[in-house]
Design a protein around this ligand. Structure first.
Ligand code: NCD
Length: 364
C-alpha cells in the first residue's frame, strides 16, 4: 500500500505514466466509468478549498465510486480535539482512500502512518500540495511536450505558497530547468526549500523583484496568490498584496509560446482580461487536476489491492530520535498526542530538519 504525501513520493516514471493515464481517461471516459465501483473516497478538508475538494469528488464520481467526508474542521471531531492519527484510524473503517487538507504541516504523513488505507495529501499548511503539482505537470506536459529545458518563473508569495514548493521539487528531477524566483524580499523562497531542493539538485536559479525584467526569458510563468491566511501581521499582507498584477500590457514582453499558470484562486494577481490570451492555462490546470486525481486514485487503489500491507516509510531512513520538540509551531507534532520528535540530518555539521514538516528544527 502506498500514500502520496510529497510529490517526490512518485518517481519520474510514475509521473509520466500518470500523465499518460490522465490523457487516456480524458479521451475515453466511458472506459473508466465503473473502475472504482463500490469504492469510497473520504475527503477530510480542515481548510477551505474549491478546486481540490471538488475535483477529488468529481474524480471519484467519474470513476463510479462514492465520496464521503467533511469540509471544515468545525464539522469534524477535530473541533473536539481529536488527533489526525485517531481520525485516520476511524476513517479507515469507512473508506478505501483518503484525501486530506490541513493547516498543520505534516498531518497527512501522520494520518498515513496511523490509518490502514492510502492517504493523499491535498495540502498541508505551507508545506506540500502534490496533487496541485500533478495538475501543473500535466499542463506543462500537454502545452510544452515535456519537462526538460524550460525556464520557469515563479511569481508572488514564494515563502508561504505550498504549490511553489511542490512544483519546484517535481521540476528538480528534470534536465536543464532554470528557475526565476520573482517576489518581494519579504516573501522570498525559504532557505529550507533552497537547501533541500534547489541546491542538492544543482538547479540554476536567480532571485529578482521584477516581473517585467524576468518576463522575456520565461517559457512558463507560474503566478501565485499572496497567502493572506498564513500572515501573522495583516498590515504586512495589505502592504504586499498587490505587488504583482499580470496585465495584457505586461504580457507584450513575453514569448509568444510562454504559458501562464496559476494554481488559483486568484485574488488580483492576473487581470481578468488576460483570460482571453491563448497563453492563459489556469483553467486548463483545473481540468487537468481532475484527470490526474482520477489517475492517482486508480493507481493507489490498485497498489493497495495487490499489496494491502502498509510500507513503513520511515524504515531504514536513519531518522534521529530527540527529546526536543520541533520549533515550527504549525508542525503537526505540536498538537498530536505522543508523537515522537524525529529528525533527519541535512548536512555534515549536525543540522537537522523535522521529519514531519520538513521545516522546523529541534528547539533548544
Ligand atoms: C492552492 C492551495 O490551496 O495551496 N489552491 C489550490 O489548491 N488550487 C493555492 C492557493 O490557495 O493559493
Amino acid at each position: 500500500m502506498r500514500s502520496v504525501i510529497d510529490i517526490v513520493d512518485l518517481s519520474v516514471e510514475e509521473i509520466e505514466a500518470l500523465c499518460k493515464k490522465a490523457i487516456d481517461i480524458s479521451e475515453n471516459p466511458e472506459k473508466y466509468s465503473e473502475a472504482c465501483k463500490g469504492k469510497k473516497l473520504a475527503t477530510l478538508f480542515y481548510e477551505p478549498s474549491t478546486r481540490t475538494r471538488l475535483s477529488f469528488t468529481a474524480a471519484m464520481m467519474e470513476l463510479g465510486g462514492n465520496v464521503l467526508g467533511f469540509a471544515g474542521a468545525s464539522n469534524s471531531s477535530a473541533a473536539k480535539g481529536e488527533s489526525f492519527a485517531d481520525t485516520a484510524k476511524t476513517v479507515s473503517c469507512y473508506a478505501d482512500i483518503i484525501a486530506m487538507r490541513t493547516t498543520q504541516e505534516g498531518a497527512a504523513l501522520v494520518a498515513s502512518r496511523a490509518g490502514a488505507i492510502p492517504v493523499i495529501n491535498a495540502g498541508d499548511g505551507r508545506h506540500c500540495h502534490p496533487t496541485q503539482t500533478m495538475a501543473d505537470l500535466l499542463t506543462i506536459y500537454k502545452e510544452k511536450g515535456g519537462f526538460d529545458n524550460l525556464t520557469v518563473g515563479f511569481c508572488g508569495d514564494l515563502k508561504l505558497g505550498r504549490t511553489v514548493h511542490s512544483l519546484l521539487a517535481a521540476l528538480s528531477r528534470y534536465k536543464n530547468i532554470k528557475v526565476v524566483l520573482i517576489s518581494p524580499k519579504e516573501l522570498k523562497l525559504p532557505d529550507y526549500v533552497k537547501e533541500d531542493i534547489l541546491e542538492p539538485n544543482h538547479m540554476e536559479y536567480v532571485e529578482t523583484t521584477s516581473l517585467e525584467e524576468a518576463m522575456p526569458s520565461l517559457d512558463v510563468l507560474y503566478m501565485t496568490r499572496i497567502q493572506r491566511e498564513r500572515f501573522d501581521d495583516l498590515a504586512e499582507y495589505e502592504r504586499l498584496k498587490d505587488n504583482y498584477i499580470l496585465t495584457v500590457d505586461k504580457l507584450a514582453a513575453a514569448k509568444k509560446d510562454m504559458i501562464i499558470m496559476h494554481p488559483l484562486p486568484r485574488v488580483n494577481e492576473i487581470s481578468v482580461k488576460v483570460d482571453d490570451d491563448p497563453r492563459a492555462c489556469y483553467f486548463k490546470q483545473c481540468l487537468n487536476g481532475k484527470y490526474m486525481r482520477m489517475a492517482l486514485i486508480l493507481m493507489l487503489l490498485d497498489i493497495a489491492k495487490k499489496n494491502p500491507v502498509k510500507e513503513d516509510v520511515f524504515a531504514g531512513k536513519g531518522y534521529i530520535h530527540s527529546e526536543h520538540k520541533c520549533n515550527n509551531p504549525k508542525c503537526v507534532s505540536a498538537g498530536e498526542q505522543e508523537l515522537e520528535p524525529l529528525y533527519k540530518k541535512i548536512d555534515d555539521e549536525g543540522h537537522m530538519r523535522c521529519v514531519y514538516c520538513d521545516i522546523g528544527e529541534p528547539s533548544k
